[in-house]
Design a binder for this molecule. Structure first.
Ligand code: ZN
Length: 268
């Protein structure tokens, strides 16, 4: 079983806790909240900071790697897993090499947990999407991406849960008073996913998976609204649309338990 808790999601900071429920401890996906806020969140859930063994970094934008970590990381005892495409920028930001491990195409966090990263289009360097697999339970994670291509769909096969960004409502984006260069960046294929793109992606991924949960990440404050998103999903008849959770910038999402299929089948 994996327990996923999105602590915060959005342009003001991203972080999610993955609890593996045994000696594998906790994984943090992105470190976009301040060290102090992250420590408080972990301790308020009955853990200590030393229970975090690994941080998986999607990319090094400051809403995913809070700059407070550059000093704080040496007081914690975890490994910062960075994709090679972000390595130079992370080093340049001041994080010392001894805390960093470069992701390989499939790497083990422990004997029971592996990660398969996959680079997706976002700005210049892209973003690392990944599948975390723990004792046969597979969680797909993709945020900050401009396009969902066939290779990501193929990578996200046989998932039990999927977290994917649903950043903006297309019409709200076009009607916003944002400068045109920003709108072009977001909608130009290397920015963010619209609500429609997210739905289309989940539709394709669900065909080849047994999704117990879909978590929507990184909603724009200016160009999206949870009520709009919820309404879109309520109008979808497929079973996977009933499993949706919408992550927030301000409130942690209620923890989500992702069970192994074997375990689910055996429950009375
Ligand atoms: Zn972001």
């Amino acid at each position: 079983m994996i327990c996923l808790e999105v602590l915060a999601s959005g342009s003001r900071g991203n972080a999610a806790l993955v609890q593996l429920g045994d000696a594998d401890g906790l994984i943090l996906i992105d470190a976009g909240l301040s060290p102090r806020r992250t420590k408080q969140a972990i301790e308020s859930r009955g853990y200590t900071i030393n229970d975090v063994k690994h941080v998986l970094l999607t990319h090094d934008d400051s809403d995913h790697l809070h700059r407070g970590w550059i000093r704080a990381i040496r007081m914690w005892n975890f490994t910062l897993h960075v994709h090679a495409t972000h390595l130079d920028d992370v080093r340049r930001s001041g994080v010392e090499s001894r805390w960093i491990e470069v992701m390989t195409p499939q790497f083990q966090l422990s004997t029971t947990t592996s990660v398969e990263p996959h680079i997706v289009p976002h700005d210049l360097s892209g973003t690392a999407a990944f599948v975390i697999e723990h004792k046969g339970v597979r969680l797909g994670w993709a945020t900050d991406l401009g396009t969902v291509g066939p290779s990501l769909i193929e990578h996200f096969s046989d998932l039990d849960a999927l977290a994917i960004e649903s950043n903006y409502d297309r019409q709200m984006q076009l009607d916003s008073n944002r400068p045109s260069f920003l709108i072009d960046r977001i909608m130009g294929g290397r920015g963010h996913l619209s609500n429609t793109q997210a739905i289309e992606a989940v539709d394709q991924i669900a065909i080849q998976s047994m999704l117990q949960h879909v978590v929507l990440l990184h909603l724009s404050r200016d160009c999206n609204c949870p009520l709009v998103v919820r309404e879109r999903w309520n109008n979808i008849e497929s079973a996977w649309a009933r499993q949706v959770h919408i992550a927030s910038q301000d409130e942690p999402l209620t923890p989500i338990r992702i069970n192994s299929r074997h375990q689910t089948a055996c429950l009375p």
